[in-house]
Design a protein around this ligand. Structure first.
Ligand code: F6R
Length: 608
């Protein structure tokens, strides 16, 4: 969703801000803007559309200013327009504010400020912050931001400038990330480390209710009680070179091809073959509680939710646990009893998803152990959990998640293996899981070599308007995830269903123009799947099957078949989703869609 970058240093700010914004584009946005200190005033430019549209504006003269703030906006309050784009200004155009998050009490504050004579120009909640700072400003920007922030309810990551303090950027956070980048004589503030990494690997993550003041000469951090804080400097790996597409046409395709490596990285140093168990350093502090765990509630959204649904089968198969999976945005409406024998596990690629964050905060209040599987190191969800495991899959830039999904399935298997070995799983069973995990990268590579065949099939199916995806047991979530991939990047209607449910309703849709994708790899449900496919064929429906390499029967009944290798049933979804990712990708490509940045979607969904 929205992205922030701020800069204070010796170089011209504008090109650095634009470069930072480009590195935040993958998060999804609809407008962008920047403010640069410019000879006693603030030079502000905003544009609807892409950062390249912003780049074209305001280039009549080079801006000398070397301090500035910039933003990509994903509309929440008010449609995408120049007036609603950030930075927002106060009445006298002396204060500029960029904001991520939602100010929940903005209407109340707006009325109060309007009564004092403030004139608003946008429909956003964010503009209220600029006017509030104007109201609180008496020559000291840091103090004005602190006083204003104390009045805000909701979530915010903020970067603020004032024309009277042209060499300062003030940043603050509550619930929406702000990361500081520390260079040589130059300092950055950003909502996402990807925007900073080409310039510095030295970063500091602000916690909630902390503020930072940056200037070319240095920085300091305080809490909202105006007390100085000493915070640890982290060294982040990489220089943001992952942001290069490395010759692939889209990030999504690159990330599909990175899956063998992402699976290896998830397992690296975590397989204890001699003991038939996994070793997860991040869970060691809570190992005693995990040994006696009775119940696991998995909370997540979207693709991560489907990984959670697969996780239920994985944990049920390897552990003695009662497992529930809940869409995070619905979690708070349940009247769940959560006790010390229950763990709530948040699955999140970004670690920022507001619904998932709210769910685990609620679970924490009720006394459950909070675990996380997160890809982004140091993200908000990682900070709230009691213990957890990182995916180490590298950044994912394609909005449609691919490599993190399969990495999540692998990490869930590692967690289940660890807990299962305390709960009755034998050494032999544990060893079989380890061997299967070790084979996965090679098996995924094998599927990726079938790309031309999958592309050919996708091109033949691209003309249809609607799709049904069906699967049973472990492959029921695969059907849901396959359908989600197709709809989000191609804008084609697709539904994922447990195959047994088909005859309870969706079968009425089947005709020659409504194809079905059946995930029918060899397992205990394969015969029942074949019967479901026959039911579709009897109604003239076209069927594309994802089937096991050795299955001879399938070609008899289906119109098209994509083959995948066999593994343990709990890991089969890791392999089965790969051709469906490619299928969605090539259909979207043949339709000329904006695959890495599909309309209306954001990479990190930071609003509830
Ligand atoms: C779809 C997709 C989303 C995310 C969801 C949760 O391809 O990526 O459905 O899975 O928004 O995001 P995270 O995993 O960051 O919590």
């Amino acid at each position: 969703m929205c992205g922030i970058i701020g800069y204070c240093g010796g170089r011209a700010a504008r090109p650095l801000l634009l470069d930072g914004l480009k590195r935040l584009e993958y998060r999804g946005y609809d407008s962008a803007g920047l403010a640069v200190a410019d000879g006693g005033r603030l030079n502000v430019v905003r544009a609807v559309g892409k950062v390249s549209d912003l780049e074209k504006k305001g280039i009549e003269r080079p801006l000398p200013g070397h301090c500035g703030i910039a933003h990509t906006r994903w509309a929440t309050h008010g449609r995408p327009s120049e007036a609603n784009a950030h930075p927002h200004l106060d009445c006298r155009e002396r204060v500029a504010v960029v904001h991520n998050g939602i100010i929940e009490n903005y209407l109340e504050l707006k009325q109060e400020l309007q009564a004092k004579g403030h004139a608003f120009r946008s429909e956003t909640d964010s503009e209220v912050v600029a006017h509030l700072i104007e109201e609180c400003f008496a020559g000291d920007l840091e103090k004005a931001v602190r006083l204003a922030v104390l009045r805000l309810e909701g979530t915010f990551g903020l970067a603020v400038m004032h024309a009277d303090a042209p060499e300062q950027v003030v940043a603050a956070r509550r619930g929406s990330p702000i990361i500081l980048g520390l260079g040589e004589g130059e300092f950055f503030a950003a909502s996402d480390a990807n925007a900073l990494l080409p310039y510095t690997q030295k970063v500091i993550s602000l916690n909630d209710d902390e503020m930072a003041v940056l200037s070319p000469g240095g920085y300091h951090i305080k809490n909202l009680n105006d007390e100085f804080l000493q915070k640890e400097i982290e060294i982040r790996e990489g220089r943001g070179e992952e942001a290069d597409k490395k010759g692939f046409e889209h990030y999504m395709l690159k990330e599909i091809f990175e899956q063998p490596e992402a699976i290896e990285n998830a397992c690296r140093g975590r397989l204890l073959e001699s003991e038939g168990v996994s070793k997860l350093g991040g869970l060691e502090p809570v190992l005693e509680r995990l040994k006696n765990l009775k119940r696991l509630v998995i909370v997540s959204c979207g693709t991560s939710y489907y990984a959670g649904l697969c996780g239920r089968y994985i944990f049920e198969s390897l552990c003695e646990l009662h497992v529930e999976v809940e869409v995070a945005s619905e979690f708070r409406y349940r009247r769940l009893k959560l006790d010390a024998d229950t763990a709530v596990l948040a699955l999140s690629q970004s670690g920022e998803t507001a619904d998932t964050l709210a769910a685990i905060r609620e679970a924490k209040r009720k006394g459950a152990l909070i675990l996380g599987v997160v890809n982004v190191v140091g993200s908000a969800i990682a900070q709230v959990t009691d213990a957890g495991v990182y995916n180490h899959a590298g950044p994912e830039f394609g909005v449609a998640s691919t490599k993190i999904y399969t990495s999540q399935l692998v990490v869930l298997t590692l967690m289940a293996l660890l807990i299962g070995r305390y709960q009755g799983l034998s050494f032999t069973e544990g060893s079989a899981v380890i061997q299967a995990l070790k084979r996965l990268p090679r098996q995924v590579k094998g599927i990726l070599t079938d790309i031309e065949h999958i592309k050919d099939i996708a091109q033949r199916y691209a003309r249809y308007q609607d799709f049904l995806f069906i699967g049973r047991q472990h492959n029921y979530p695969t059907a849901m995830e396959g359908a989600l991939k197709l709809k989000e990047i191609s804008y084609i209607h697709a539904e994922g269903y447990p195959a047994g449910e088909m005859k309870h309703g969706p079968i009425s849709l089947i005709d020659a123009e409504f194809p079905t994708v059946a995930i029918v790899t060899q397992d205990a449900t394969a015969d029942k799947m074949l019967s479901n496919i026959q039911e579709i064929k009897a109604r003239n429906g076209r069927v594309l099957a994802v089937a096991s390499q050795g299955d001879g029967r399938i070609t008899e009944v289906c119109d098209d078949v994509i083959r995948v290798p066999e593994t343990l049933p709990i890991l089969q979804p890791v392999l089965n989703i790969v051709p469906l990712q490619l299928f969605a990708y090539f259909i979207a490509r043949s339709k000329g869609r904006d695959i890495d940045k599909p309309r209306n979607l954001a990479k990190s969904v930071t609003v509830e």
